[in-house]
Design a protein around this ligand. Structure first.
Ligand code: DGI
Ligand code: FE
Ligand code: FE
Ligand code: FE
Length: 188
C-alpha cells in the first residue's frame, strides 16, 4: 500500500486546490486536537488526509458505490452533501487499504457525527469545523470552546450547522439531530 506522501499525492489529485488546502488545515488541526484531548495523532492525521477524498466525485459514482456495496441506503433519500463521508470511508478501505476501524469510523462519521462518537470521531469532525481556512459565523467561538472542551466545541458546530440548514429550509438528516442531542447528554 501507499506511504504517506504517495497517499497525499493520490488524494490531493482528486480535488481542486482549495479543497486540498482545506484538507491540509484539517490534518494540522486534527493533530493539535488529538494531542490536546488524548487521541492518537497518527490516526487523526490519516483520517484527515482521507476525510474528503470523495467530496468531488461525480454524484452518480457515489450513488453507485452506495447501492452496489450495500452501504447506508437511507443516505440516498437525503442531501447529496452527506454521501461523501460514507463513500470516503469505503474508498479509504478498498482503494487505499486502510484497515484501522477507528480511522475508517472517523472518515465515515465526519459530516453527520453519530450517537456515541469515539474520541477520534470527535477530533476529526471538530477539526473539519474549525481548521484555519474555515470562515463562517461562529467559527471563532468554536475555536475558543475547543481550547478546553471537545464536546462543547462540537455542540456549537452542530448547532451552527442545524441553524444554518433550518434558515435555508433544508431537510435535516435525522442523525445530525441525534448527534447534537447526544452531545448535550454527554455534557450534562
Ligand atoms: O466536506 P466539508 O465541506 O469539509 O464538511 P462536511 O463533511 O461537514 O459537510 C458539510 C456539508 O454537509 C454542508 O454543505 C452541510 C451539509 N450537511 C451536513 N449535515 C447535513 C447537511 N445537509 C443536510 N441537508 N442535512 C444535514 O443534516
Ligand atoms: Fe466532508
Ligand atoms: Fe463537518
Ligand atoms: Fe472537510
Amino acid at each position: 500500500s501507499l506511504n504517506r506522501d504517495e497517499l497525499i499525492k493520490a488524494v490531493s489529485e482528486q480535488m481542486p486546490p482549495q479543497r486540498w488546502k482545506h484538507t491540509e488545515g484539517v490534518m494540522q488541526t486534527a493533530v493539535v486536537l488529538a494531542e490536546r484531548f488524548g487521541a492518537d495523532p497518527v490516526k487523526a492525521d490519516l483520517a484527515a488526509i482521507l476525510h474528503d477524498v470523495a467530496k468531488y466525485w461525480p454524484v452518480k459514482e457515489m450513488e453507485k458505490i452506495i447501492r452496489e456495496n450495500n452501504l447506508n441506503q437511507d443516505l440516498l433519500l437525503h442531501d447529496k452533501q452527506l454521501w461523501h463521508s460514507e463513500v470516503g470511508a469505503f474508498v479509504a478501505e478498498h482503494d487505499y487499504k486502510v484497515t484501522d476501524p477507528e480511522v475508517l469510523s472517523a472518515i465515515k462519521w465526519h459530516t453527520s457525527g453519530r450517537v456515541g462518537m469515539s474520541l477520534l470521531d470527535k477530533v476529526v469532525c471538530l477539526a473539519d469545523y474549525m481548521e484555519p481556512g474555515r470562515d463562517f459565523p461562529g467559527v471563532d467561538r468554536i475555536r475558543e470552546l475547543a481550547e478546553h472542551s471537545l464536546e462543547e466545541a462540537l455542540l456549537a458546530g452542530f448547532d451552527g450547522t442545524i441553524t444554518h440548514l433550518v434558515s435555508q429550509r433544508k431537510v435535516i438528516y435525522p442523525l445530525t439531530i441525534f448527534t447534537r442531542n447526544d452531545l448535550i447528554e454527554q455534557i450534562k
